[in-house]
Design a protein around this ligand. Structure first.
Ligand SMILES: [Zn+2]
Length: 59
């Protein structure tokens, strides 16, 4: 059972200890992207909340 697996994203060889489908590099990139997206979503939500708050105050 020493099957060589490759990263789903960049195709580089995965370490036998790596249980994931992506190499360390791609996983790190993916995590970075997720963090960026959640950060953007968080600030968008914050802005939406701010606008709603302003609207509610105007009434
Ligand atoms: Zn990769």
């Amino acid at each position: 059972m020493n099957e060589i697996r490759y990263c789903k994203k960049c195709g580089c060889e995965l370490m036998s200890t790596n249980k994931k489908k992506l190499c360390e590099n791609c996983r790190r990139n993916k995590n970075g992207t997720i963090r960026k997206i959640s950060g953007a979503a968080g600030s968008a939500l914050g802005l939406a909340g701010f606008v709603l708050f302003r609207k509610a105050k105007k009434k």
